[in-house]
Ligand binder design. Structure first.
Ligand code: ADP
Ligand code: MG
Length: 455
């Protein structure tokens, strides 16, 4: 893609193009990334401690859609906490009652005990408001905790590390189920955590409840991660029963922390250095909503410094780390007004740039497009990798995807499909269906709690 903005000199246009081209990912590079991804997947299945953790979720067997009963679910995603009561009706049908609570920045980096107490209080008020929790039998709950947990059973495991801006003290190396169960006990809340669930696994199970052919569950929201069904005979590190299929939580956002194949730019490096998990989650950082705005901001500031953008002046707001949200990029990308007035509004009213020219707005739009396009293209590689590894190329597969980035970012699905076609060929690509599985993790966690409490 070559950008040519009418009111810029050829030299200025060339500088804009230099920035934009840094985000190009060729077909060859996509194939290299995919190849390396398959290698890393296999390492993760073979032994503990690999870059892609490939964590067995203890969720085995497929959904039939006939599962029934009432269960609770918690979803601690990245941005919100959701508390849900799910009624599984059979026939792939369900009803859900839910309430969202905002997790403050203070709770995200404070003591783990405070976060657990907050969650317990939210559950308590949900139960009270909905007239639940009076029976003597404990309510069975599925806890969607979307951070890397090394699981040892369906409701036990230890937190490997924090991601997505969380950094609570007293949690890494501990079992989040035990910590939360302890808060429930102290507050006399009669709830039993039957399962700890990764959001990708929940999304897969939720979608499979209605569409049994679902093969992968993917999250593209604040963070990025995926899960899929694996034949446990292929999992060398697994010491349990091998003759079963189990969902693997890949934790593939950690892919390529060695920086072998991902096309890191200076803007990625700057964002990474200023993040709280330096040199970690590099795949996630190129794809997920939490990071795209910051990468774009870094690229825009480079053009400001070259005196090509905004007459060479930034603003206090634009200078602030993480101030440029990924949602702004969506608005800018869909802006088809002749003077790019929506883009102008974000730059002038939200980012407080005193005034912008049409050329400024066109530059910003081109940079947003480049960063968003790269995210979608790189996101195609893990899907190509899983299809290759599982020998499913050319077979029909449904990929269930949840997350605001996938849902709202303009053309994300189209760009991902295009890249997937470049990697695996159009014939195989045409057999792959991406479906939006909105808020699936609540339903999925309830289904998994049901499976767990049956045993
Ligand atoms: P979570 O990942 O916390 O479960 P979401 O799936 O809603 O929650 O993802 C939230 C993230 O999605 C935000 O951090 C933001 O980066 C991104 N996002 C929100 N709205 C949009 C939008 N309109 N366009 C692109 N990205 C968005
Ligand atoms: Mg979510």
């Amino acid at each position: 893609m070559v950008v040519s903005i009418p009111n810029l000199t050829p030299v200025q246009n060339a500088s804009v193009n230099t920035v934009v081209e840094r985000f190009n990912v060729s077909t060859d590079r996509l194939k290299k990334i995919t190849e390396q991804f398959v290698i890393e997947m296999r390492k993760g299945l073979d032994h503990q401690g690999a870059t892609i953790a490939m964590i067995p979720s203890f969720v085995s067997g497929r959904c039939t859609g006939e599962e029934k009963g009432t269960f609770m679910a918690l979803d601690l995603g990245g941005t919100n906490l959701r508390v849900c009561q799910v009624n599984l009706l059979g026939g792939g049908e369900h009803t859900i009652r839910q309430q969202k609570y905002v997790v403050s920045e203070e709770l995200k980096v404070g003591p783990m005990r405070n976060l657990c107490d907050f969650i317990a209080d939210c559950v308590d008020s949900f139960l009270t408001e909905n007239g639940l929790g009076d029976s003597n039998e404990p309510i069975q709950l599925g806890y969607t905790f979307s951070f890397p947990i090394l699981q040892t059973s369906i409701n036990r495991g230890v937190l490997k590390q924090w991601t997505k801006g969380f950094n609570c003290t007293g949690a890494v190396g501990k079992d989040p189920t035990i910590l939360l169960q302890d808060s429930f006990r102290r507050k006399n809340i009669n709830v039993n955590i039957a399962a700890i669930v990764n959001d990708t696994v929940g999304t897969l199970m939720a979608y499979a409840y209605k569409h049994p052919n679902t093969t992968m569950g993917v999250i593209m929201g604040t963070g990025f991660n995926a899960s899929y069904y694996e034949d446990m005979n292929n999992v060398k590190k697994w010491t349990g029963d091998k003759n079963q299929e189990m969902v693997i939580n890949m934790e593939c956002g950690a892919f390529d922390c060695e920086r072998r194949v991902l096309p890191m730019t200076v803007y990625d490096n700057k964002m990474d250095r200023e993040s709280i998990n330096v040199h970690q989650q590099l795949h996630e950082k190129m794809v997920a909503g939490m990071y795209l705005g910051e990468i774009t901001r870094n690229a825009l500031l480079d053009l400001v410094d070259q005196q090509i953008l905004f007459g060479g002046d930034s603003s206090k707001e634009l200078n602030k780390n993480w101030s440029f949200e990924t949602a702004y990029m969506s608005t800018i990308e869909v802006d088809e007004t002749s003077d790019l007035s929506d883009t102008g509004h974000i730059l002038e009213s939200v980012m407080n740039i005193p005034s912008t020219t049409l050329a400024d707005r066109q530059i910003v739009k081109a940079v947003c497009h480049a960063v968003g396009l790269r995210a979608a293209r790189i996101a195609a590689c893990h899907i190509a990798g899983v299809l290759t590894h599982t020998n499913k190329l050319g077979e029909e597969s449904i990929i269930a995807i949840d997350g605001s980035l996938f849902e709202f970012y303009p053309n994300f699905e189209k760009n991902m499909s295009q890249a997937l076609s470049e990697i695996i060929g159009e014939e195989s690509r045409s057999k792959v269906k991406f479906d939006l599985a909105r808020d699936g993790s609540g339903l999925g966690a309830a289904i998994i709690a049901m499976i767990a409490s049956k045993h």
